[in-house]
Design a protein around this ligand. Structure first.
Ligand SMILES: [Zn+2]
Length: 499
């Protein structure tokens, strides 16, 4: 058991001696209005077991019919990922018993996926990695179990369990990468950047709302480690990692853990693992099934999918501007370097900056706020930027208040904090807290004169032409006005008084 392995190997040490290989399996709930094989609605948050019918409950005698929109969405995804689209393929039954799968099997695709052999480029720290896409296939989602009682929400220790079949039968696309070697120390960030890129791509295709927190985008992260120059190691599969940040942490943890296992002369066990948001650790789940355990066979209740070539070409022609092309366009509009743009992309901030610019901020200001103050706050609270309780329009407003001199940077930061704390719009906060810059020269001059009187030595130096000494007096005035003065104006007033 891995529990016997003492501790972890520090990450830098681990990647200096071992080569990580990544693999990502991403499940995406499609945003069709009805389920994959029946007419039930797919809306999130309905009362439990209210969006069900004989088909998605797997009642005897019911027959599935494939959802055309789901097939079209899957082809869109495949084309955007540079895949080949099968001209003929079939659904398969994946047989297993679990309470949240009422038929005792899941309709999926096995050896005949709809889309195969594509790629997507991911850029991290100026380096581009081409991630191969093994397959994109279509299947149905399972229901959802709720384990009541017990501390962890897992079945172990629960008093009883409830099952909600509303999600059962929602169309689900699985995007499986080929193994991704050669990322070295960047493996955790490459994994995160890949999921970010895929999420943005799916969003631009309008095939899913891609909300990780609602489970419409779920990621299984495969990680293996091998000594440099050796054969690939045994992989583990960390299931259902539900945020971008967690993807990065899960890879990092597995690298540190597997390095400790290998250092101890043991073998990494091929198994599924659970990721724990609180600790960032993974723990052992069940040992991994082999494909043969599922007794796959072609689904006899559905006809094969044979998308006509003309239809596929129509879909290809209707693809929107994809994120990579959009990034190039925005980069040139915003006049940013490759490195700046990559930083924005990796922070998941491109849409936020674009929306902030659309709300009136300059590209430079929008970028500064999102990558500076707001990224820092997101980091401190362990959230993604998009989860912060501030809108691009509010950031644009703060930026405008700075540009017009109503706020200085320090006050602007206080306003941002208040907006994040739910105190309302920037203007409301400025008004309620009286945060605006004191621009009334009469009020400022009082503070300027007081500072000059209190520091005759400094004043004398400035009179003698050493204007660099003005900073000390500006500091005094800023302190006296509780930071609510425009430092540049204060400096002008002092120099005016002492000239
Ligand atoms: Zn149904």
């Amino acid at each position: 058991m891995t529990a016997a392995v003492a501790g972890l190997v520090p990450f830098d040490d681990a990647v200096a001696r071992y080569e990580p290989v990544l693999g990502l399996e991403t499940h995406v709930e499609l945003g069709t209005t009805t389920k994959m094989f029946c007419g039930c609605p797919t809306r999130f948050g309905l009362p439990p077991n209210s969006a069900v019918c004989p088909v998605c409950l797997g009642l005897p005698g019911s027959l599935p019919v494939a959802n055309r929109a789901a097939i079209e969405y899957t082809i869109r995804i495949g084309l955007a990922l540079n895949c080949s689209i099968a001209s003929w393929c079939r659904f398969a039954r994946k047989n297993y018993f679990y309470p949240d799968i009422p038929k005792n099997f899941q309709i999926s695709q096995y050896d005949e996926p709809l889309c195969t052999n594509g790629w997507i480029d991911v850029t991290v720290e100026g380096e581009t990695f081409r991630v191969g896409i093994e397959r994109v296939h279509l299947e149905e989602d399972t229901g959802k179990s709720l384990h009541v009682g017990g501390a962890t929400g897992r079945i172990h220790g629960a008093d009883y369990s409830l099952v909600d079949y509303n999600r059962a039968g929602i169309p689900l696309v699985e995007v499986v990468t080929k193994p991704v070697p050669g990322t070295g120390a960047l493996a955790p960030v490459v994994a995160r950047a890949y999921v970010t890129e895929l999420r943005d791509l799916l969003r631009s295709l309008q095939v899913s709302d891609v909300r990780m927190e609602e489970g419409s985008l779920r990621c299984d992260v495969n990680t293996s480690l091998a000594p440099r120059g050796a054969e690939w190691g045994t992989r583990t599969e960390t299931k259902n990692v539900n945020s971008l940040r967690s993807v990065e942490r899960a890879v990092r943890f597995e690298v540190e853990r597997q390095a400790a296992v290998l250092d101890a002369g043991r073998r990494v066990v091929q198994e599924t693992r659970h990721f724990h948001e609180d600790s960032g650790a993974t723990t052992s789940g069940r040992s991994k099934e082999e494909a043969q355990d599922y007794r796959y066979f072609p689904e006899p209740d559905l006809v094969p999918i044979a998308p006509p070539r003309e239809w596929v070409e129509e879909i290809r022609a209707s693809l929107p501007e994809l994120p990579a092309a959009r990034r190039q366009r925005l980069q040139s509009d915003w006049n940013l370097t490759d490195l700046d743009m990559t930083a924005l992309a990796n922070a998941g901030a491109i849409d936020l900056v674009a929306a902030t610019v659309a709300a009136g901020a300059s590209p430079a200001d929008a970028r500064k706020w999102w990558l500076g103050e707001l990224a820092r706050r997101a980091n401190e609270s362990g959230k993604d930027l998009t989860a912060l309780l501030i809108t691009p329009a509010q950031v644009a407003r703060v930026s405008a208040l700075v540009a017009t001199g109503t706020l200085n940077d320090k006050l602007a930061r206080q306003v941002i904090d208040a907006v994040l704390a739910g105190e309302g719009d920037p203007d409301t906060v400025v008004e309620a807290r009286g945060l605006a810059v004191v621009s009334d020269d009469t009020a400022l001059l009082e503070a300027v004169d007081a500072a000059i009187a209190a520091n005759p030595d400094v004043a004398a130096k400035i009179r003698a032409g050493k204007t660099a000494a003005v900073g000390a007096l500006v500091g005094q005035v800023m302190k006296a006005t509780k930071g609510q003065a425009d430092a540049k104006r204060v400096s002008e007033l002092i120099l005016g008084r002492l000239s």
